[in-house]
Design a binder for this molecule. Structure first.
Ligand SMILES: [Zn+2]
Length: 405
């Protein structure tokens, strides 16, 4: 069986087994009553579980801050920072009565291998990933996050139909057993998003390109083609709302921002200190090969840094030498997601683009992107290449598009 089919097989097997177990006479407390369903379709049960997933999310953040790493298992969160161990058992499973009985359907599934009392799957566990030699389950999740962003689930509750997911970014949303389906926007991407083999054997650029729109035919020489350097998709500039819908917050295609047209299709993302996705520290030799008077960089960053701290720099190689352009937090950029209702967020710098209210409606967060304008001191002199480098602060920068005039 190929890895993709195998992965789908065990997921479906777990779901089918759970369904089949409803028909069995269960021992213990369940045996004293009528056989009970091992999952709930009740919105009230979902609401209770969402509250608990929220607590787990907060505890994971605290653990990360204290230890500088993610927990190996969710039970590592108990008793500090999670004083109440019951938070790791879905309220529906608590009412079911026997955690061991409920969990036995999943004993062969690595993400359910928590040695403590836990009913949730932990997708960032360090168990060997059986479909790719040398990988852990966490390695696979990191690859998915590199492609699709921080909405990828890290904790899941299989005690509900639909299943409940907690994204790395704290989003909580329902999905079918294969959560990847929420991210499918084009039927041809369906098999790719489910393919372990595809993620394991292609470079981040190859995987990003497969689900990136082709370059618009109207794009001109002034819109620099970043396709050879994309290592992430525009899903990074999307959020999953509480119904599971992926809200794409960014303009896409050939789009004017201010008076400048940009080719917006993917991202060149860099790493930051403790950033959960292993992006590169720098991307070199981005080809510009153009005589220009002005160069516009459309960019942004993920997570905050102290005011004034330089988080990234561009190094321009042109016919008169090199020029460094430092990008300081609070002066050139601020973290990409913000609450547009908060007055403090109207501080400088002014974004070049903010997502419109209709794209903010169900996620309460707006996206902001910035433009840096570089005036060539020798207008008409040729700019050859550009390097994009992270200073490895807490904030992870990304480049969306470059236009020259
Ligand atoms: Zn639950």
């Amino acid at each position: 069986m190929n890895p993709t089919a195998s992965l789908r097989h065990w997921r479906r097997a777990a779901v089918l087994l759970a369904a089949a177990c409803q028909l069995l006479h269960l021992p213990g407390r369940a045996a004293e009553q009528s056989p009970r369903a091992k999952y709930s379709t009740s919105p009230a049960d979902q609401a209770q579980c969402r509250r608990q997933l929220n607590l787990i999310y907060g505890a994971i953040q605290q653990y990360r801050q204290k230890h500088g790493m993610l927990p190996r298992w969710l039970s590592d969160l108990v008793p500090d920072p999670l004083a109440d161990p019951r938070v790791l058992v879905c309220p529906f499973v608590q009412n079911f009565g026997y955690l061991k009985e409920w969990r036995k359907d999943f004993v062969t599934v690595p993400v359910f291998g928590d040695p403590g009392d836990c009913s949730y799957s932990y997708e960032l566990c360090l168990e060997p990933f059986r479909w790719v030699p040398g990988w852990t389950t966490r390695d696979y999740k990191e690859h998915q996050m590199q492609l699709l962003g921080l909405g990828v689930p890290i904790v899941r509750c299989f005690a509900h139909r639909p299943i409940l997911n907690l994204g790395f970014d704290g989003s909580i949303y329902p999905s079918p057993s294969e959560w990847e389906d929420n991210f499918v926007t084009d039927p041809k991407h369906r098999s790719a998003l489910h393919s372990v083999h595809w993620l394991a054997t292609n470079t981040p650029n190859q995987t990003a390109l497969l689900i990136t729109a082709p370059r618009p035919p109207e794009a001109g020489a002034g819109q620099i083609d970043l396709s050879p350097h994309y290592n992430a998709t525009l899903f990074h500039l999307s959020q999953v709302d509480s119904s599971g819908q992926v809200i794409r917050a960014c303009p896409e295609g050939l789009q004017p921002i201010g008076n400048v047209r940009f080719d917006i299709r993917g991202l060149v993302h860099l790493a930051g200190k403790n950033f959960p996705i292993p992006f590169p520290r720098s991307v070199q030799n981005i080809g510009i090969h153009s005589r220009c008077a002005t160069l516009y960089l459309l960019h942004g960053t993920c997570l905050t840094a102290p005011e004034g701290e330089v988080i990234a720099k561009y190094v321009l190689h042109h016919e008169n030498g090199t020029t460094e352009i430092p990008i300081a937090y609070g002066e050139a950029v601020r973290t990409r997601w913000f609450d547009p209702k908060r007055k403090a967020e109207s501080r400088q710098p002014t974004p070049a683009w903010v997502s419109p209210p209709e794209r903010v409606a169900t996620i309460s967060k707006a996206l902001r992107l910035y433009v840096h304008r570089w005036a060539n001191p020798n207008p008409g002199a040729s700019v050859h290449t550009l390097d994009f480098e992270s200073l490895m602060t807490e904030s992870a920068p990304f480049l969306v598009a470059i236009t020259v005039e």
